[in-house]
Write a protein that binds this ligand. Structure first.
Ligand code: NAD
Length: 358
């Protein structure tokens, strides 16, 4: 029996999470596992219900589970709340910190059937398979934030980007181990030509590289990396980078896979792993049945792999997604001529059936 905390959150989070639960139930039925799901509130919907984006009860549910499935949080409705009550700052960031989830893994893989769904050319993206490892509990998102009035009647605002040697070593070692299980190429992305935190980052990577002589280490500035991801993404195997850079680069990298609705993620490092798509709550399409649930479903596959060590079951789920695409089903974001458009729930139903048959 695996205990899973289910946190749908806001916007399309509430639409895609049930589809991942469907997929997990199909896996449970096929392999005779019991998955016990406990739903809890997070984000704007938690604020509306109980006055805080991360209620104590939600944290308890997560800490007493084997893994957490999270949809997405945020939306226009909550943008003007006091900072500490905003879904992102009061909900998402603290849950990551409190669960000790310092490593965010974002596999950026192009399913061959989606080669025409991307805005990029086939010859550039065909065969893309990148693992981006983003540091998740440090950097500017967690550094001191200040805001003060200035003499000229304006304001001054600052977010400090802080990293310690310990934090950098921890994520970089993690990335080296991941690279060892892949093509043994690690690209560390920083902005060491300008930022002091990046200089410490680079010095630390240079020092650790000596301990991993079997892995080829390269360094790239983040501005160059954002260009190289579009110019020649196949040059990358594993990318390791700090929090803010990883956030931005992975939204960009998602287009290599056809849609941001394809990018799954696993946040690990603590006792309980958290699995969520890389995208947000997409208020522009929420409630219309248009959301692509595949990133969420693929995040559930990562849960099976990393939290439960059920590799075969994870593959069954991923294969169901491959077959779904091979059979020509597409949600609106991936739609092209000659394909069959399906809604969020139809996609989840088809995938659950494919898991049972697979
Ligand atoms: P977003 O990722 O929600 O949406 C960006 C664009 O991608 C939108 O056009 C949206 O329709 C589309 N999109 C995203 N996911 C999709 C899916 N599964 N299927 C089809 N299309 C999809 O980013 P945003 O619009 O910048 O932010 C919206 C809200 O989400 C904000 O409140 C933001 O703070 C929050 N956010 C939350 C998370 C999270 O929960 N982890 C991450 C990023 C943004």
């Amino acid at each position: 029996m695996y205990k899973i905390a289910v946190l749908p959150g806001d916007g399309i989070g509430a639409e895609i999470v049930p589809e991942a639960v469907k997929a997990l139930k199909a896996v449970g039925e096929k392999y005779n596992y019991g998955f016990a799901f406990t739903e809890a509130l997070i984000g704007g919907s938690a604020y509306d219900a109980v006055g805080h984006p991360l209620p104590e009860e939600t944290l308890n549910v997560c800490q007493n589970s084997d893994a957490v499935l999270l949809g997405a949080i945020g939306g226009h409705k909550w943008e003007n709340l006091p900072v500490h009550l905003r879904p992102e700052i009061g909900g998402l960031l603290p849950i990551r910190k409190k669960l000790g989830l310092f490593a965010n893994l974002r596999p950026c893989i192009l399913f061959p059937d989606l080669v025409n769904a991307s805005t990029l050319k086939e010859e550039v993206i065909s065969g893309v398979d990148i693992l981006v490892i983003r540091e998740l509990t440090g950097g500017a998102y967690f550094g001191e934030k200040t805001r003060e009035k200035t003499a000229d009647g304006g304001e001054k605002a600052a977010d400090s980007m802080c990293y310690t040697t310990f934090e950098i070593e921890r994520i970089v070692r993690f990335a080296y181990e991941a690279a060892r299980g892949r093509k043994k190429q690690l690209c560390s992305v920083d902005k060491a030509n300008v930022l002091e935190s990046s200089r410490l980052w680079r010095e630390t990577v240079v020092r650790l590289a000596a301990e991993y002589p079997d892995v080829e280490t390269t360094h790239m500035y983040v501005d160059n990396c954002s260009m190289q991801l579009i110019r020649n993404p196949r040059q990358f195997d594993v990318i390791v980078t700090e929090n803010l850079f990883g956030d931005i680069l992975t939204d960009e990298a998602s287009m290599l896979t056809g849609s941001i609705g394809m990018l799954a993620s696993a946040s690990i490092g603590g006792k309980v792993g958290l699995y969520e798509p890389a995208h947000g709550s997409a208020p522009d399409i929420a409630g219309q049945g248009k959301a692509n649930p595949l990133a969420m479903i693929l995040s559930a596959a990562l849960m099976l792999r990393y939290s439960f060590h059920l590799e075969e079951e994870a593959k069954v789920l991923e294969n169901a997604v491959t077959t779904f695409l091979q059979q020509g089903y597409r949600t609106a974001d991936l739609m092209e001529e000659g394909k069959k458009q399906v809604s969020t729930t139809e996609a989840g139903d088809i995938i659950a059936q494919l898991i049972l048959k697979g």
